[in-house]
Design a protein around this ligand. Structure first.
Ligand code: MN
Length: 424
């Protein structure tokens, strides 16, 4: 396997450290450098980079001449869209500059400006990283698709006949994507009744879905299909994604046009966008696909990343437990195949579009990515300390984490957390 899917990759020597002391051993060492949008206590939102327990203010760094590869105007923005739109060569140039700027021995290390440019992460508020024109959610994990299929259709017909031929997806709702920490009210909806007559009320089957989201970093033209081997170069970076789901609403509405209100009430993402360059050392080959996929989905490299995922549930009563450990490697369809399929019809993608993997479940019972699977659609309650859960209760808080580790360093996504408030 080649070491890079595209030419301009910026890999950071594993032995190299940042002068920011808290970076060593943290999820945000010099080898990560994820981008986000933050609000300092005393100013408007702007672009930042996480380094250890600090956030580097890129707008201020450009203002003072520490960053020269991209214009200050794209960094003094309340979203990453303008930066992403500059293209992959600019992303690489900026990452190269940031590595030099934050490494031990850099001119900034002993300079008075360091105190101005670096904020304590605990003292800033994070915003949504992108203005999101569109959100599409896929169904790319075979274990998840199989487990759900068994629950709804039995083991013989678990995977729909199209499943191994294309990455199935649906057009989700971009307007309700929120950043980590934003609470969500339990949604109201049409609930199926035993007699075939629905009722209206708060969902009784509120679930989370453990996913990773990819942010698209380039516009495509309407009518243009992206070649699968070129699709990776359009991905700006990845975030944790929780596709909250009301299973009773979903079950009643999804035939024949797919999910709608059961998903549309909210989707949460983590604030830091991890660049693919940072994930490159953790690239893993996926199993060959059988049956062979159609030519437009055939890749030179069929890959994902070895990112350990974890779900923690804190109940309203204060019990806390890790209820799942999965991994981004448990995908059948790669991000590149998702992009190629999405644009295959000529549908255009735009900078800031968000593509969710779908729930990522592994082969083991401890690796399931949603309560629907863990509780077998609510039939087998999950024990969380002294409490039981079939689905989420008001006051419950769900937290995702994602980390990739080598012998020398770990990079991570930070955390994605959201609490359920009572229905309105
Ligand atoms: Mn989903």
């Amino acid at each position: 396997m080649s070491t890079s899917s595209f030419d301009s990759m910026v890999l950071v020597d594993p032995a190299r450290h940042s002068f920011v002391a808290s970076a060593q051993g943290s999820e945000f060492p010099l080898q990560n450098l994820p981008y986000g949008v933050f609000m300092p206590a005393d100013g408007p939102a702007r672009v930042g980079v996480a380094i250890g327990a600090q956030v580097l203010d890129l707008a201020a760094a450009a203002e003072r001449g520490w960053i020269r590869s991209v214009p200050r105007s794209v960094l003094a923005c309340a979203s990453l869209n303008a930066l992403a739109r500059l293209g992959r060569a600019a992303w690489s140039a900026l990452r190269t500059e940031l590595v030099a700027l934050l490494a031990q021995g850099s001119a900034l290390a002993g300079h008075a400006d360091a105190a101005v440019l670096l904020h304590d992460a605990s003292a800033v508020r994070m915003a949504l990283p992108f203005d999101i024109p569109g959100y599409t959610d896929f169904y790319a994990s075979e274990h998840h698709a199989f487990n759900c299929g068994v629950l709804f259709r039995g083991p013989e017909n678990a995977l729909p006949p199209n499943w191994k031929h294309m990455p199935i997806g649906y057009n989700g709702r971009a307007s309700s994507v929120v950043v980590s920490g934003t609470p969500l009210h339990r949604p109201n909806g049409q609930l199926p009744g035993a007699d075939g007559v629905p009722s209206w009320g708060p969902t009784r089957a509120l679930d989370f879905e453990l996913e990773i989201g990819a942010f698209i970093g380039a516009d495509t033209a309407l009518g243009h299909s992206v070649a699968v081997d070129e699709a990776w170069s359009m991905v700006f970076g990845l975030v944790l994604l929780n596709d909250w789901s009301a299973r009773d609403v979903q079950r009643w509405e999804y035939v024949p046009l797919g999910p709608f209100q059961g998903k549309a009430f909210g989707t949460s993402i983590s604030p830091w966008v991890v660049p693919l360059d940072a994930l490159e050392p953790f690239k893993v080959a996926l199993d060959p696909q059988q049956p062979a996929v159609l030519p437009y989905l055939q890749e030179r490299e069929h890959v994902s990343y070895d990112v350990a995922l974890q779900v923690d549930l804190q109940t309203a009563e204060g019990e806390q437990a890790c209820i799942s450990t999965s991994n981004l490697r448990h995908l059948y369809w790669s991000f590149a195949q998702q992009v190629a399929h999405h644009t295959g019809s000529g549908c255009n993608l735009r900078v800031g579009d968000l593509l969710g993997t779908g729930t990522i479940s592994g082969p083991e019972p401890t690796q399931l990515g949603c309560l629907l699977e863990m509780t077998k659609a609510g039939q087998q309650p999950l024990q969380v300390g002294a409490q039981q859960r079939r689905y989420l209760e008001d006051g419950d808080r769900v937290t995702f984490r994602g980390t990739a580790s080598s012998a020398q360093f770990t990079i991570g996504f930070g955390s994605l957390t959201g609490q359920i408030l009572p229905a309105r």
